[in-house]
Design a protein. Structure first.
Length: 279
């Protein structure tokens, strides 16, 4: 189905009358459960987001992808497979789309794609779909007050936002996206391309990332769902474990160390941040 107005199914009020796109998803596999499960929707959702008919192009030739999604499924299927874990499913779908966007940008070596605004997903039960189908209603919905996930973060955090401050006395970067990547790579949200960092090459291309989950922040070493960094990530002098580390207000994060037993913020070419919950 193509682009159309969806005044009855879309949110009401000030949003009524805006243009939405609609796609019907069908379960692909003849074996296994007959219902359209969350994993099935997630696979199709990530591909739909980057399809040529879904994106717009801004004046810088950056491709803007949809960020507002309403997922409709059969009411019985919803009650059995979606409602009990709806929050977790929405979080996983969001992370999967963000991961797909970051992978696409990384393969191209530039920031070709970004979300139109903060990603929001709603799941609804309906009585006009069979269990084997799902309906995706989506659009680009710009949010002027929030940085878009996948858009490079600029220095300067709004009051009350969690942030990373580069030390000593460096810029602050807000942590408003579900995942924020750090490194020398041009595809990173916080690109560390200072001359000393580029020359020393102690910081990896995709060195670390910050993940937000339920209001808490976790730092992970390496690329999301990829390789660890070459020289490690450290919080308060300790190496970040493989499963990530929960950040506390005031924690010091050091990217790279010549001696993993003694990470030092004054080593030329390493980068140090302080995590704050209220900047």
């Amino acid at each position: 189905m193509g682009q159309q107005d969806w005044p009855q199914e879309a949110p009401q009020g000030s949003e009524q009358g805006r243009s939405w796109q609609v796609r019907i998803l069908n379960r692909r596999w003849p074996f296994g459960a007959a219902e359209m499960r969350p994993a099935d929707v997630g696979n199709d959702l990530a591909g739909l987001m980057l399809s040529s008919g879904s994106v717009l192009e801004d004046v810088n030739y950056t491709k803007i992808v949809p960020n507002r999604f309403i997922i409709e499924v059969n009411e019985n299927n919803y009650a059995q497979n979606y409602q009990p874990i709806a929050g977790r499913v929405i979080q996983q779908w969001t992370e999967r789309m963000l991961r797909r966007l970051m992978t696409a940008n990384s393969r191209l070596g530039r920031r070709e794609y970004r979300f139109g605004g903060r990603v929001t997903i709603e799941i609804r039960p309906v009585n006009n779909l069979p269990p084997s189908q799902a309906r995706v209603i989506f659009r680009i919905d710009a949010d002027e007050n929030q940085p878009a996930p996948g858009a490079r973060l600029s220095a300067g955090a709004g009051a009350g936002a969690a942030c990373l401050q580069m030390l000593p006395a460096g810029p602050r970067y807000p942590l408003n996206a579900p995942m924020v990547t750090l490194g020398r790579d041009a595809a990173c949200d916080i690109r560390l391309d200072m001359p000393m960092v580029a020359q020393a090459r102690l910081v990896s291309g995709r060195h670390a990332y910050i993940r937000q989950d339920g209001g808490r922040f976790f730092v992970h070493d390496g690329a999301p769902y990829g390789r660890p960094s070459l020289n490690g990530t450290y919080v308060n002098g300790r190496a970040v474990p493989a499963g990530g580390y929960p950040l506390q207000n005031g924690d010091t994060i050091i990217l790279a160390a010549l001696d993993p037993n003694q990470p030092r913020s004054d080593t030329p070419g390493v980068v140090t941040f302080r995590f704050s919950t209220n900047c």
